[in-house]
Write a protein that binds this ligand. Sequence first.
Ligand code: ATP
Length: 488
Amino acid sequence: MKLELLIGVMVGILGFLLFLGFDIIPLIILGFMFYFLYVALGRRGLLKVENYQEVISSDGFQFDQIGGQAVAKRELQEALEFLIKSEEVITRGIRPLKGILLTGPPGTGKTLLAKAAATYSDAIYLSTSGSEFIEMYAGVGAQRVRKLFQGARDKAKKAKKNRAIIFIDEIDVLGGKRGQNSNHMEYDQTLNQLLVEMDGLTTQEDISILIIGATNRPDLLDPALLRPGRFDRQVKVDLPTLEGRLEILKLHCRNKQLDADVNLEDIAKETYNFSGAHLENVANEAAILALREKSKTIKTIHLKEAVDKVMLGEKLANKSNPEILNRVALHEAGHALISELVKPNSVSQVTVTSRANALGYVRQNQEEDQLLYTAKELRDQIKVCLAGAMAEEVVLGNKSTGAGNDYQQAVKIAKTIISTGLSTLGILSFENIPSEMLNNEIKNIISEEELIVQELIKNNSQVLLRIAEILKEYEKIDGDKIRNILAA
Ligand code: ATP
């Protein structure tokens, strides 16, 4: 910032001198000479750099404070044994483990795992982020990397520990593929310095340093970083499974007063695809709702409301007008009806409360995390996606823009059917398929399913209208009630 300010002031002064009629060319040449000197000093690491943000304590955080992620925890603990038993590693001639890369979506607990790793191995913990190393000016990033490693050694010595863990979040910012950045000289120098520091780590040192990097985009990393001897352990930290979600919910509700009839397993089932950070937010929002309602305990209704809030955003103050409400109610009733018809017991709740990110929503009962799908199951999912717009069409005679996301989802599933060889095109190379052929097949799949959905909705129109009526009156309906109407 200081340099930008200085440049701005200089340009102003030069403009003023030019205005007064001075010859400013010698001054410009002098300015360039200073700049090149600055860059040269920066490259040799001779400039004083500002300190970057770093966290220097793992706060005694333990692995058992992390819910789910059993595989990631086991793999990480296994890798940490190399750090803990460093003497045995030396005598056996094993190359020391220098880097572990945690990969996975945001909010899944990568930072927590790194902290727990430091506590587990009784190491000094330093945490920083890739973006802290990126500056416009030559050499600053590289110098910060040097300082980081030196800082880890000094701090470990001071604390009389012989291990240090350096956690670098968003390592893709610092370790992206070289030569791809517009400011590439500076990025490349910073990454080169990290590689040099990692190569310099040996078992002969008094202090063993382990780097734990975290990223959501391992595909962006320079292959040199993933080479054996650097980050040669990759630990996947995925979205939690049903069991994991339950564990995380239990952990975050430990310090909260839950009503006796709260069943966290039900909440875990309804939070498919939620990350640990989302689940923490659900527990927190539920506690806030209970406080707002002056309820001593958190009830199921608070937790369900919190799930909706985290998934769909805050409730909007303005209610939809009756015409739109009618359309939204029919749309959501369509999704719910077809969902129950193709997969009984699949609907947990339907709401038509306007929220920041949706006008209505069907919450599914996800009994377990499914890893494989048959062609029929995928086609049934397409039916559910198409059902909202089809219900509008059958009852109101036209569709609306509200189905945009549903259609995108339907196309995505149709592409999965084609790419996995489950379509009439058979097994094929998805990348090489002509776009016209692909589009035709997507269209065929979707039109076939659309016809079936139309028939199902026409044959069950009384049920559809009844669900929509209840939605308009009460803003929501439970899956059980829908099943009762269907059974009747
Ligand atoms: P990012 O990629 O965005 O940096 P991250 O994977 O490092 O995310 P964390 O910072 O570890 O995510 O998690 C954020 C918060 O989410 C934690 O402070 C914690 O409250 C909660 N959380 C995430 N995962 C878990 C988990 N497995 N168990 C318990 N809490 C979790």
